[in-house]
Each structure stands twice: as structure tokens, then as C-alpha cells.
Design a protein around this ligand. Structure first.
Ligand code: 5AD
Ligand code: SF4
Length: 450
């Protein structure tokens, strides 16, 4: 069969889609060149905000409607919404062939076979994690890859649905992670992003280093130790991780970030609010002072580090004065970039029991202000790059114009430049920055080469 996977949501979902693609390819199926050509379509869904679910539901309904012309085509759902709504999706969406939860991806090939044999619809949203061998293999092509190190989440942020859909926190053994990264790098991958909901908690609850030799750098904490071991894999050029939490920004972590050449000068550290009262109600587990201290530590050792964040506006009971505190805090830290979200209640979370008392208009107003201010701030920060040479990893042709190519700096900034003959995705080049915009730098290639 030819399959197609449509992915919504975060990088964890991207990673899961890759895994399912590998599993299906191993079972003898082939990726379709486009959605229209697929015999089986899997929609990988996100639950973090209702909007994400509405979008995926719309897509699934459209695919099911098209099934009237192609009744043999299989349509299934995976991911966070599949886990959250489970069986009820089959009842709501007539013609849906399967629903697979976040811990059961490895069952998908067998489920496809069963559906083909007329045994559908099938629902598998069990809480028991099904280990997938595909996590040890590489995916074809590409110079960058995502690698899960910490699955699930044991934090209980009061607004967040993730712990309800991604299960208990579980750290993969370090040897498994290293084997996977090693295989990826042997197949040409140069940039690795280690993924976890609270990635720095890696190894906090399981022993992940059994039987391993001591750390040459003397790192004792499991996460910095993992960074050290991954950094040592020959051929790996860039190493990132996300998302961070201030409690993980220890002296050892910062030392690892500063000393290990592959580790990029970038940290995504969601703060969510600039009000201590709101942070407490969010159950985030840190104060603004803790956050300040984390950023101070990083900047003390890595002055060029880019710090990006997530913010929620209009959290239940957030007053205009508390919103102003968030504005001031964002200014104080000087974030390189920020993703701003309007609070929306999610069923099953603690905050959903509180009155969603900031009006839609007011959420919109707060959202707009933060976006505008962040754009200005990002522009100011980016303008400081004008006149500098940056190391850029080539991503490919720009989506906006074929005349330009794009790439990424180590600080995760997007750079546009004119290509040279023979340029390839994955090349490492130097670009002289000539112009800055809030989300993009523009420049000329200095030293073409690999
Ligand atoms: N409402 C709005 N934004 C949310 N996020 C998570 N849950 C919610 C919610 N209920 C945001 C957080 C998180 C990002 C991925 O999505 O900022 O860091
Ligand atoms: Fe990712 Fe969270 Fe969306 Fe799931 S709900 S896809 S973990 S952002």
C-alpha cells in the first residue's frame, strides 16, 4: 500500500510521524508521492489547544467524505487527540478505520493489515507503552533529525493536556539514544534535536547509564552527561534540545552547553507568564526569580545564547496588571523570540475547572500587544547581527522565492541568501549578514563549501 501521514502539532508529533513512516516502510508499504495517491492516510493529531483539534477533525471529515469515491482507502487517526478521544472518535466519525494512541504507534502496521482484512474499525489507545524497534533505525535522507529521549510528562501544569495524553514520564536508556544518534549520523545527519516535554529531567526517574563508563568531562547529572556523550559522536555538528525548564538550568548543564562544541547557543525556555501569582496557579514549579537566575547563568557562560519562550495570555483570573507584568518581564529578559498563545481550557485539566474569565476580545488585545512588542524586540536583537558572519546550515530553497535559499544559524535564526552553483541542503556555509527583519536575517554567502 501507499501511505501518507498528515502531521499537526509539535516536534514530538513530527518525530512520531517519522517513526510510523519507518514502521510502515519496513512492513513493505511505500510513502505516496502525495495525499491523493495514498491508499492509507494517517492523520497525526494535536490536542494542546481546541483549535488544533478542530483543524484535524475538519481534515478527517474531509478525507472521510472523499472515501465515497475511494471506498477502499484507509483513513486512521493517531496522536494526542486520538489518545484523548479514543473510541468516541469512531462513533463520531463514520467510516474512520482506526484510532491509535500515543503509546501504541508500533501497532500501526498490524492494524493496517487487520483493517484491510475487514476487521475495522480498530481502536488501540492502551496506556502500556509498546516499544518500537524503529526508534533504533535511521530515516532516509535529511541533514537534521529529532530524537526522543524523554517520553510522557509527570508535571501537572494546570492548563496542560499533555500529561493526560502522553502518559507517565519515561527516560530512554542512554545506550539506546546513543545508538540511534550514531545510526543517524552515519547516514548523513549533522544536526540532532533531543526531545522531551521537560527534556532536562532526563534520567531523573530511571537509571539511564547502567554499565556505562565514567564521564570524561566529569558530568554527574544525567542530562549534561547525555549531551556530552552525544556531542562525542564523530560527524555530529549541532546538538539542540527542547523544551527546557528553569529547574534544569544547573551549573552543570550550563557548563555542558558552554564546553561541548556541538551544543548550540540556543535555549527554548517556556516562561508562560511574567506574574508570580499566575505562575503559581499554573503550577509551573518556579518563580520569576528562579527563571531570571536560569537565564543569568546561561548568559554568564554563553553571552551569545539566544533564549526563546512560550507565553499564555488570558489565563483564568489574569488581571490587566498581571498582564503588564508579563510585558515588563519579556522586556527585561529580552527574548530572541516568543510564541504567544491565548489561553483555552482543556477538558480534564485543573484550570478547566476555573472560570475562563478573560474575554476573547481581551485575550486578543493582550496577544496582539505581545506579538507587536516581540516583533520589535526580535528586530532590535537581529539588527545587532548586521555586519557579522554567521555559520549557517543550509535548509533548502525558500518557500517564498526560488531565487533565495534559507538556512539556520546555531542560534536558530532563519537566514535568507542567494544560492551558489552546487549548493546542497545540509551544507554548512558562512553568510555575511546585511539586513535584519523580525523573523529573518538576509545576507551574502562568504565561503561556499561543505
Ligand atoms: N491554552 C493555551 N496555550 C496552551 N499551551 C499549552 N496548553 C495551553 C492551553 N490550554 C501552550 C503553552 C505551551 C505551548 C506548547 O502551548 O505555552 O508551552
Ligand atoms: Fe505535541 Fe502537546 Fe500537541 Fe501532543 S498536544 S502534539 S504533545 S503540542
Amino acid at each position: 500500500m501507499k501511505f501518507h501521514i498528515k502531521t499537526y502539532g509539535c516536534q514530538m508529533n513530527e518525530r512520531d510521524s517519522e517513526e510510523v513512516a519507518m514502521l510502515l516502510a519496513r512492513s513493505g508499504h511505500a510513502p505516496a508521492s502525495c495525499e491523493a495517491e495514498a491508499d492509507a492516510i494517517v492523520v497525526n493529531t494535536c490536542s494542546v489547544r481546541e483549535k488544533a483539534e478542530v483543524k484535524a477533525l475538519g481534515k478527517i471529515r474531509m478525507l472521510l467524505a472523499a472515501k465515497r469515491e475511494q471506498p477502499a482507502r484507509i483513513v486512521g487517526v493517531m496522536g494526542c487527540m486520538a489518545q484523548r478521544l479514543g473510541e468516541s472518535l469512531v462513533r463520531r466519525l463514520r467510516g474512520l478505520d482506526f484510532v491509535v494512541g500515543t503509546q501504541r504507534l508500533a501497532a500501526i502496521p498490524a492494524i493496517l493489515d487487520a483493517v484491510r482484512a475487514g476487521k475495522g474499525p480498530i481502536v488501540d489507545c492502551g496506556e502500556r507503552r509498546l516499544e518500537s524497534e524503529a526508534s533504533l533505525t535511521h530515516r532516509a535522507g535529511g541533514h537534521s533529525a529529532l530524537v526522543n529521549i524523554l517520553l510522557g510528562c509527570d508535571r501537572r501544569c494546570s492548563y496542560c493536556v499533555v500529561p493526560l495524553v502522553r502518559g507517565r514520564e519515561w527516560s530512554r536508556p542512554a545506550c539506546q539514544v546513543l545508538e540511534e544518534v550514531g545510526a543517524l549520523v552515519r547516514h548523513g545527519v549533522r544536526d540532532i534535536t533531543l526531545l522531551g516535554q521537560s527534556v532536562m529531567s532526563y534520567g531523573a526517574k530511571q537509571s539511564v547509564w547502567e554499565g556505562a563508563p565514567a564521564s570524561p568531562g566529569g558530568y554527574r547529572e544525567p542530562f549534561p552527561r547525555l549531551l556530552e556523550a552525544v556531542n562525542a559522536i564523530p560527524g555530529l555538528k549541532r546538538l539542540r534540545f527542547m523544551s527546557g525548564h528553569p529547574s534544569g538550568c544547573t551549573e552543570e548543564l550550563v557548563r555542558a552547553m558552554a564546553e561541548l562544541p556541538a551544543v548550540c547557543e540556543h535555549l527554548h525556555l517556556p516562561v508562560q507568564s511574567g506574574s508570580d501569582r499566575i505562575l503559581k496557579r499554573m503550577n509551573r514549579g518556579y518563580t520569576l526569580d528562579d527563571y531570571r537566575e536560569a537565564v543569568r547563568r546561561i548568559r554568564a557562560r554563553i553571552p551569545a545564547a539566544a533564549v526563546t519562550t512560550d507565553i499564555i495570555v488570558g489565563f483564568p483570573s489574569e488581571t490587566p496588571a498581571e498582564f503588564e507584568e508579563t510585558r515588563r518581564f519579556m522586556d527585561e529578559i529580552g527574548f530572541d523570540n516568543a510564541f504567544i498563545f491565548k489561553y483555552a481550557p482543556r477538558e480534564g485539566t485543573t484550570a478547566a475547572e476555573w472560570k475562563d474569565d478573560v474575554s476573547a476580545d481581551e485575550k486578543m488585545r493582550r496577544n496582539k500587544i505581545l506579538l507587536e512588542e516581540q516583533n520589535r524586540r526580535s528586530l532590535q536583537i537581529n539588527e545587532k547581527q548586521v555586519g557579522c558572519d554567521c555559520e549557517v546550515r543550509v535548509e533548502g530553497v525558500s518557500r517564498r522565492t526560488a531565487a533565495r535559499w534559507t538556512g539556520l544559524t546555531r542560534t536558530a535564526k532563519s537566514v535568507m541568501f542567494e544560492p551558489f552553483a552546487g549548493i546542497q541542503e545540509g551544507d554548512s556555509i558562512r553568510v555575511g549578514i546585511e539586513r535584519a527583519m523580525p523573523q529573518t536575517l538576509y545576507g551574502s554567502v562568504r565561503l561556499p563549501g561543505r
